[in-house]
Write a protein that binds this ligand. Sequence first.
Ligand code: DC
Length: 224
Amino acid sequence: MKKIKIAIDGYSSCGKSTIAKEIAKKLGYIYVDTGAMYRAATLFFIRKGVSAEDPNLKNYLSELHIEFKSINGEDLPIVHLNGENVENEIRSLAISNQVSYYSKNKDLRQKLVHEQQEIGKNGGVVLDGRDIGSVVFPDAELKLFMTASPEIRAQRRFDELRSKGDLVDFEAILENVKSRDLEDSTRKESPLIQVEDAIVLDNSHMNRDEQLEFVMGLVQKKLN
Ligand code: DC
């Protein structure tokens, strides 16, 4: 069967990874959470004490190794930074507050985009991020642009962090969602844009099953 590339772009916390994981599982495709790569890179630089504006940032890139590895027999690979499982740490508000600044760096983007292209070059992949349909795989057979209202997205992120025991404040999350939307869509390097051939999925009032049905319908058309 044909193996296509599926690009899912959109604003932060609108459920891209949830839908991307489910689609990948259904199709037996590889799932690449590109946001996790930018988050892991952010953690790397914070630990090194290198600021997002540091002109020497690119000199550290050769020490940055990000990979996705399955742990405990789980089928979904987890992001590892230089061999360490950093899944929990990269979801914290501290990283969310910094990641948009590091993701503006051209050299960092070049490195991560290249790695994403290598993982996905043979198709059979679902990638989610901000620049997948525009930069990483402009030739993707299916491109989705996901969105939802900022309040709904903030509530989802709030519930997720609270369920992990993180005592976050709703207003702080909403502020982070809004400022990342702005930073991600107005930056010079590969801003978040809705490409012409992307199909918009506004999931403000859709549950998971409705979203999955909608996307699987689009996938089937591409596979026929
Ligand atoms: O998808 P996410 O919220 O985990 O992504 C975290 C940040 O990483 C996001 O605010 C911008 C950046 N990012 C990016 O610049 N390009 C991507 N392809 C994915 C994420």
